[in-house]
Ligand binder design. Structure first.
Ligand code: FES
Length: 138
């Protein structure tokens, strides 16, 4: 597994979405009320760019005349034909056994925890002797 920095947290505030290219793949990123989701930006049905879909809940019913929208903000509806996918897993709601939208682990990390580059300036010890500043080289 490799890690990729795709944007600053400020560029993906709650309620927003964006895309990023990672290893040649376009990834759709969502911030739903502070929960981050990353999905391949290609619907498995017909190839629609899923990043333009509607973040929604799922309709539930116990029988005729009874229906309600539940789990608001946990599903993504494809913009082309309306297939619904669970944002957290990419699982298709209509065909969960055979259809899945590829999802990726995504998290927010402080910049200090990211890998440091190999760039280190040459440093020299500095001491003060009788009010003179002395730099030592080796
Ligand atoms: S392309 Fe996504 S549901 Fe058809």
């Amino acid at each position: 597994m490799s890690r990729h920095v795709v944007c600053s947290a400020d560029e993906l505030p709650p309620g927003s979405r964006r895309t990023a290219f990672v290893d040649g793949r376009e990834i759709a990123l969502f911030n739903v009320d502070g929960r981050l989701h990353a999905l391949l930006n290609r619907c498995p049905h017909g190839g629609a760019r899923i990043c333009t879909g509607v973040v929604t809940g799922i309709a539930q019913s116990s029988g005729p005349g009874d229906y309600r929208l539940e789990r608001h903000g946990e599903f993504l509806r494809c913009p082309w034909h309306g297939w619904e996918f669970e944002l957290a897993t990419g699982q298709s709601w209509c065909d969960p056994r055979t259809t899945r939208l590829r999802s990726y682990d995504v998290k927010r990390e402080p910049g200090a925890s990211l890998v440091k580059g190999p760039y280190v300036a040459e440093r020299f010890p500095v001491v003060i002797e009788n009010d003179y500043v002395v730099v030592e080289t080796r």
